[in-house]
Design a protein around this ligand. Structure first.
Ligand code: NAP
Length: 290
């Protein structure tokens, strides 16, 4: 579809933004669904976030995605915030309203849709969650909200994991998240677990890194889900598979967080067939690059 006087603009604000796959997701969907919309990366310098959000609104931008390092900082610049995003303390999607942007967090629901599409359950499960950064914090909420039985949350830094666990447990009203140090993993009760890898360890180009290197850890895992999608198969995934588990990367999470944002901006529901088409395109990008 040609760009004309009615073309709506959405974009991604962050720093850096050069390697983002979000334009591929949104522009492919817009073309497929016949929406007169374009999505562009918008680099925002460190001290210019407030101006950037106000400027985007003044320029009539329909919506924005927000990435590192602004997911928390952007909250101060919103007109309204969705309750879930408020609880998570991070916003990755801004939706235009009459007098400013409303903030949402589609990362968490994106992960849930990704897991559901792979047949992975959270309700009633015993879960090991690695990391306590921005993404892992949202995952801890997701697990608690969706009824996980127990979440053993393991991190390198004790203060962070302890604070996140306390906060999630308080918000949910039950002691579901148990904070631990990574090196204490052997204290997790015997059994088979869903393990979610939410640290940045193993991200390309450091593809041989893994947050827990001991083989014994991987014997505890029936399903491993890594939030990382570059490389296509992380060391965590390889080790999980080597011990008989199933393993998935984070590309579907990326896909679905984008699809949910697209649905909010355009007030539509994207079909599974269309989601799958975009996924194949994203996947081809990786298989060609690997
Ligand atoms: P973050 O806030 O910077 O958190 C990083 C986490 O990794 C912390 O728990 C940190 O532990 C841990 N870590 C870093 N280096 C470590 C090391 N050498 N040894 C042990 N632990 C280490 O990052 P984030 O935003 O949560 O993102 C985490 C990952 O999720 C990234 O790789 C990102 O690409 C991925 N992600 C994927 C999606 C998706 O759509 N698929 C969405 C969001 C994020 P400390 O607390 O001890 O520092």
């Amino acid at each position: 579809m040609e760009i004309d006087g009615r073309t709506k603009i959405c974009g991604l604000i962050g720093n850096p933004v050069e390697h983002t796959l979000s334009p591929m997701i949104h522009n492919t969907l817009a073309q497929r669904l016949g929406h007169n919309m374009r999505y562009v990366p918008l680099l925002v310098e460190r001290d210019r976030l407030k101006e950037a959000v106000a400027g985007a609104f003044a320029l009539n931008l329909l919506g924005l995605n927000v990435t590192v390092p602004y997911k928390s900082e952007v909250i101060a610049n919103l007109r309204e915030i969705d309750e879930l995003a408020q609880n998570i303390g991070a916003v990755n999607t801004l939706v235009r309203t009459t007098d400013g942007y409303k903030g949402y967090n589609t990362d968490m629901e994106g992960l849930y849709r990704a897991m559901t599409s792979e047949g992975i359950r959270i309700g009633g499960e015993q879960i090991i969650l690695l990391g306590a950064g921005g993404a892992a914090r949202a995952v801890a909420y997701l697990c608690a909200v969706k009824g996980a039985d127990k979440v053993y949350m393991l991190n390198r830094t004790w203060d962070k994991v302890q604070a996140v666990a306390a906060e999630v447990n308080r918000a949910i009203g039950r002691d579901v998240v148990m904070p631990m140090l990574l090196k204490e993993y052997s204290q997790i009760p015997a059994g088979k677990y869903l393990a979610i890898q939410g640290t940045s360890v193993g991200l390309a180009p450091h593809v041989e890194d893994v947050v827990i290197a001991e083989e014994a850890f991987y014997k505890k895992i029936h399903t491993g889900f890594d939030l990382i999608y570059s490389p296509w198969e992380t060391k965590f995934m390889k080790m999980t598979k080597a011990h008989g588990g199933r393993a998935y990367n984070g590309l579907k999470m990326l896909l679905y967080q984008g699809i949910i944002a697209y649905e909010l901006w355009n007030n539509v529901t994207v079909s599974e067939a269309d989601a799958q088409m975009v996924y194949e395109k994203l996947k081809a990008h990786f298989t060609l690059a690997d």
